[in-house]
Design a protein around this ligand. Structure first.
Ligand code: MBD
Ligand code: FE
Length: 309
């Protein structure tokens, strides 16, 4: 056998050999990505030092847990949403609340309450502008959805998320709220600030090298699950943020910018500990019917990905 290989012979050996126990989907994707990288190295004349610097960066990226941060910043998360939106458009399933990226900071298992919750803690009045967000979960025909679970998470006053921040309690600023018989939910918290990628990290290193900032506008995340309806992952934005149209993760969408009703009377909100004028934030979630069980399954993203493997 001749072991002197050309580039294309090498690629074929690495990827295309018809191995009997291969997973054909994984084999195909691997062949394509490795082939594209071989070509990039050749066409861009990537030098060994550059290549190994990249490998070192990838190792540091993975060990710092920032793989899901870089995918958002490089537009992959939004790309997947654009593709889902295109499929919805073709299938006539584009009505309802727009989807927006989950991001890397969701944690399953937040405490559950019925109808209403404090997402902040008692005594948190000083952390930001007190708000109560409230509305209904509806299907696309406008029927209220009882027993939908609205899973909400947002950053603290420093732009940090619990679980990823040793200074916060587990599940701080993370709650699940089950809608009542009229499909209603409400919760009290404070308007969070924006988010910035960690400085001196693999992500910030790449971002400064490509001349981009790492800021996200102020936002609140939701994962809404209801029987028979397609799970909705979305985010809403606090209006007025200077990064609202320049999001590091490209997640801002029309229809997801909140309306703030300042100076709302506290009457009727006593059970949330509100006793002075506050900012009311009305918002309804409108959900598509699920076409199969998978669409309605409240599985986390990683569990879903593993189920596909
Ligand atoms: C966030 O808070 C976020 O929502 C995303 C998508 C990426 C990084 C931080
Ligand atoms: Fe976020």
């Amino acid at each position: 056998m001749n072991n002197e290989l050309t580039q294309s012979e090498l690629l074929e050996l690495v990827t295309l050999a018809n191995r009997p126990n291969a997973n054909p989907r994984v084999q195909k994707i691997t062949a394509r990505i490795v082939g594209d990288l071989f070509r990039a190295i050749d066409e861009l004349d990537i030098q060994p030092d550059e290549f190994w610097a990249g490998v070192d960066w990838l190792s540091r990226l993975a060990s710092s847990g920032q793989a899901g941060l870089i995918t958002a910043g490089l537009g992959f998360d939004r790309l997947l949403d654009i593709r889902l939106d295109e499929a919805d458009e073709r299938a006539g399933r584009n009505a309802g609340t727009p989807r927006a990226i989950e991001g890397p900071l969701y944690i399953a298992g937040a405490p559950l309450s019925k109808y209403e919750a404090r997402v902040d803690e008692e005594g948190d009045e000083k952390r930001g502008e007190t708000m109560v967000m409230e509305g209904r979960v509806l299907d696309v025909k406008g029927n209220p959805v009882a027993n939908a679970v609205v899973d909400v998470w947002h950053a603290n006053e420093l732009g940090r998320y619990s679980h990823f921040d040793p200074d916060q309690a587990e599940y701080a600023l993370r709650r699940k709220i089950e809608t009542d018989a009229q499909g209603r939910y409400r919760f009290r918290s404070f308007l969070p600030p924006g988010y910035a990628i960690p400085p001196n990290s693999p992500t910030s290193e790449l971002f400064s090298a490509i001349g981009r900032h790492g800021n996200r506008p102020a936002h609140i995340h939701f994962l809404v699950v209801a029987p028979g309806l397609r799970t909705l992952t979305t985010q809403v934005n606090v209006p007025g943020d200077s990064f609202i149209d320049d999001d590091f993760a490209f997640a801002t969408r029309d229809g997801l910018i909140l309306t703030l009703e300042k100076n709302t009377s506290p009457k009727g909100y006593e059970s949330l500990g509100v006793n002075e004028p506050f900012t009311r934030v009305p918002f309804d979630f409108v959900m598509q019917p699920a076409v199969d069980e998978g669409e309605a399954a409240p599985q986390a993203r990683v569990a879903k990905a593993l189920a596909l493997a």
